[in-house]
Design a binder for this molecule. Structure first.
Ligand code: NIG
Ligand code: FE
Length: 410
């Protein structure tokens, strides 16, 4: 490689690389230089290295500030219509989420509202949520459909996700979650609805390249493992990745099913058992933990974090931003909850929204760490210690954000 052919360098930085080859939980490199060429990190090297000799390009002096990879929110439902605040009041009075769902509320009440909204209306409702995530350092976000549940309405949601990518200049990973709930017109005929997903929705989404992956809600109040199996098999046949909302309220052994398909991630996992942990470890399926939903549902059973850690399963953290069970647009709050509620270390939480979240979206090869060859998506923070990013809420000590090599002030 020709020396000094960088476009811009960030000097005098403390790099929390999350590069697994660098020792320490954050892979911290003091006083280093991050060199960018085009949209890519070209090199990471010590300040006194010969690499800088004769360099004449742009320089940003970080003044000892901390640099992390861009944050990745790898599980959101941020496109929706309507509000579920009244249901939240019911839940606070003691009515369980499952009972509200069975009575036609929950996900289905958001489906009713979302179906009446145009693409533009959904875009305008979603944008402030996405902007809130971006303001905290999110440079890549996963967005699920799942509040349309007809072919036209699911495609409508995915098109909004696609437009958000252009409007907000973030990377978007779109996911088809048609198997979120059985729509009212298919009540009592869940298998017929699954046939619609398999025969029409998945082929249409694959043809229009509107999603990277297919998700399911494998749960007593949603879809059975057999139904999810049919959906995963169709997804694979159309070249789409798979993932699942599994073991959130009960143990349906959905994580084992996701692992059997080599799924990107199994998400929630409060009721995951040892066999599920072992299957995920073997398949390399990422555990996406969603402490926001755990908190809002006032759940008692925590995911088996110790067992996942011991088995070497990668653990990501996401906001699960949605109108019902996790109505907040803050990945930093989700990280904080992972520490306080699930026993994560702050470094593990940060790895969970960078390196591990990238793996959960099948993007581990080009996002999630500060390493030569990865996309130049990174954040400059005015903090002394990485844990400050996770500890102090309400104020975001983000100084600037670099996306695809281009810097903007936070
Ligand atoms: O991830 N578990 C299912 N889906 C969402 C909840 C969505 C909703 O209640 O609207 C979740 O928690
Ligand atoms: Fe979810």
């Amino acid at each position: 490689m020709e020396r000094n052919s960088f476009d811009h360098v960030w000097i005098n930085a403390r790099l929390a690389t999350f590069d697994p080859r660098v020792p320490g939980a954050c892979g911290l490199l003091e006083g280093h230089v991050l060199a960018v060429r085009g949209e890519t990190i070209a090199a990471v090297f010590p300040a006194d290295s010969a690499e800088m000799c004769g360099y004449r390009g742009g320089i940003t002096d970080c003044g000892g500030k901390l640099v992390t990879p861009g944050f990745i929110d790898c599980h959101t439902h941020l496109v929706w219509g309507g509000s579920r605040a009244a249901e939240w009041e019911m839940r606070l009075r003691g009515v369980p989420y499952t009972e509200i769902a069975k009575a036609g509320g929950g996900i289905l009440s958001t489906v009713r509202a979302t179906r009446t909204r145009s693409e533009d209306e959904l875009l305008h409702a979603a944008l402030p949520r996405l902007n809130a995530l971006v303001a905290e350092g999110v440079t890549c976000v996963e967005i699920k459909s799942g509040y349309g549940l007809t072919l036209a309405d699911e495609l409508k949601m995915l098109r909004v996700a696609k437009k958000l990518r252009d409007v907000a200049a973030v990377e978007v990973s779109a996911t088809l979650l048609a198997a979120h709930a059985v729509p009212p017109e298919f009540a009592g005929r869940a298998d017929d609805y699954v046939s619609l997903i398999v025969n029409e929705m998945i082929p249409a989404v694959a043809k229009e390249q509107l999603a990277d992956a297919v998700d399911v809600f494998c749960e007593s109040i949603a879809f059975t493992p057999a139904q999810c199996d049919r959906i995963f098999s169709a997804a694979k046949a159309h070249g789409l990745a798979v993932k699942g909302h599994v073991e959130q309220l009960t143990n349906s052994h959905g994580a084992e099913l996701v692992a059997r398909y080599g799924g990107w991630s199994a998400d929630h996992l409060e009721f995951l058992d040892d066999a599920g942990v072992a299957a995920m470890a073997k398949a390399g399926t990422v555990a996406v933990l969603l402490p926001g939903a755990f908190y809002f549902l006032r759940e008692k059973q925590k995911p088996p974090v110790e067992q996942l850690r011991a088995a070497g399963v990668a653990m990501a953290i996401a906001s699960d931003l949605n109108p019902g069970t996790s109505p907040f647009a803050s990945l930093r709050l989700a990280m904080n909850m992972a520490c306080v509620l699930y026993g994560f270390s702050p470094a593990e939480a940060l790895a969970g929204v960078t390196r591990e979240a990238a793996k959960a979206l099948g993007r581990g090869g080009h996002l999630g760490t500060l390493e030569a060859g990865k996309r130049a998506d990174f954040l400059v923070w005015d903090v002394q210690h990485p844990a400050e990013i996770v500890c102090q809420l309400g104020v975001t000590p983000l100084v600037s954000r670099v996306v695809r090599g281009k810097s903007s002030h936070a």
